[in-house]
Ligand binder design. Structure first.
Ligand code: TRP
Length: 445
């Protein structure tokens, strides 16, 4: 069967940016930054993106493009009969873990969109936005409905395989999201106490640097936000033909993704301080602060609709890229139709997600590996362990398994002065940093 391809380099850029920009930039970035002390975290995060994230993004996309296959198949094609492909299976496993909680959170965003459309969130509920949110996520059936709806939409887009649809949606909604974030950032900065929030985000409190868990959180966030280490970018790269140049594309994706995260920090933290919310309140953070800001703004109800619409679309453009990882693998190996592969994988993720959702209420006492709840445990294992391992293997593969010529060829860095620099990073710098952070974070925190 003929494999699909992007219509253009722009199509790839948009899809890859759509994958990178999502709940990770707004929801996850702000609460992880809040829990890890703000400013100092931001610096380690930015360093991780620059030193490890962008070079690895180039690496991952280039492996996929060279092999023209899914995450397992890419390793098998390029290194037949060698154990590298096991990392592909780790990637497929991570995709299941990540999408099952991602979809639950995206379901919350859909619910908020709906509540803004009907007008119920435009005025603050008597118990306050915080308590109302906690009540919503801890009920049994309602969040499951929205999680199911989100998964349904994701499956629907992936099974259609319409790159046209995705590309078009990204083209329209990414700019809307960007404009809305900028307006909100401007507004947030006018709130009383805003400067405290800005200070929190931009003034490093160096004392947190002695805590190894901050480094692993920053690294995990960098991987998560750039969609690295699963095979998402490898799979997307495999739909790209050889004539497109990769280095500038991947730098562009990395910069865009980082801008979205930093700007959403500028939206959230001033409001966190203005409304006296604890910056370390964890995953609910944006679902409480944003409605607080909206309720004080003129036309806040409308802004709420637009914002949660944009957030939901950003989440969909990311979730489809995660589902595509097992689907591309299954379609090749089982010869199932794309439809069957999408529905089955999506269904399993939905079922896993039920546990995540119940973990916010009925099952809140189940706290595997000592994390806050089921969602945090899955997120921790996937983002802070599986993704860095996946990235480490990719770096080792391109850096050490490929010959230097193959590696520079695959990344279009053959004639570039940056070639040796990139190679040095993926051969030495990235692996060493990942391993050090890892050992520190896992064993000493
Ligand atoms: N990067 C996306 C976000 O920030 C989520 C995502 C898509 C992802 N594909 C991924 C995360 C692969 C990790 C791995 O919302």
């Amino acid at each position: 069967m003929q494999r699909e391809n992007w219509a253009s380099r722009l199509g790839f850029m948009l899809a890859a940016m759509g994958s990178a920009v999502g709940l990770g930039n707004i929801w996850r970035f702000s609460y992880v930054a809040g829990e890890n002390g703000g400013g100092a975290f931001l610096i380690i995060y930015l360093a991780s993106i620059l030193i490890i994230g962008i070079p690895l993004l180039l690496t991952e996309v280039s492996i996929g493009r060279k092999a023209q296959s899914d995450v397992v198949g890419s390793y098998q094609t390029l290194a037949p009969k060698q154990p590298w492909f096991l990392a592909g299976f780790l990637g497929v496993g991570s995709a299941f873990l990540i999408l099952s909680f991602y979809s639950v959170v995206a379901g919350w965003a859909l619910y908020y969109l709906w509540e803004y459309i009907t007008g119920s969130l435009s005025i603050e509920p008597t118990e306050g936005y915080g308590a109302a949110f906690e009540t919503f996520i801890s009920t049994t059936y309602q969040p499951l409905f929205w999680h199911g709806l989100f998964m349904f939409i994701t499956i629907f887009v992936v099974l259609a395989g319409v790159k046209q649809g995705i590309e078009l949606a990204n083209k329209i909604f990414m700019p809307i999201l960007a404009i809305l974030l900028l307006i909100l950032a401007g507004y947030s900065l006018t709130l009383d106490g805003a400067m405290e929030g800005v200070r929190f985000l931009f003034t490093p409190d160096w004392s947190v640097l002695s805590d190894p868990s901050v480094y692993i959180a920053a690294l995990g966030q960098a991987f998560f936000s750039l969609s690295l280490g699963v095979g998402t970018m490898m799979t997307y790269g495999s739909y790209l033909s050889k004539e497109h140049r990769l280095p500038s594309a991947t730098v562009g994706i990395g910069i865009m993704d980082t801008l979205f995260a930093v700007i959403s920090g500028i939206v959230i933290f001033p409001a966190v301080f203005a409304f006296n919310i604890e910056p370390s309140s964890g995953p609910p953070l944006v679902f409480i602060t944003l409605p607080d800001i909206f309720s004080q703004m003129p036309f806040g109800g409308l802004v709420g609709i637009l914002f949660f619409l944009a957030l939901s679309l950003a989440a969909i453009s990311s979730s489809i890229s995660i589902l595509e990882v097992p689907v591309a693998y299954l379609v090749r190996v089982t010869k199932w139709s794309r439809k069957k592969a999408s529905v089955l994988s999506g269904l399993i993720m939905f079922i896993l997600g039920i546990a995540v959702s119940l973990g916010m209420g009925k099952w809140k006492d189940i706290t595997p590996i000592g994390k806050r709840n089921i969602m945090d445990s899955m997120d921790y294992i996937a983002s802070n362990i599986f993704l860095p391992i996946g990235g480490l293997v990719m770096a080792a593969f391109a850096g050490w398994y490929f010959t230097k010529k193959q590696a520079l060829d695959a990344t279009d860095l053959k004639d570039s002065p940056l070639g040796n620099f990139w190679l040095f990073i993926i051969r030495f710098v990235a692996p060493i940093i990942i391993i050090v952070i890892f050992i520190n974070g896992i064993f000493f925190s």
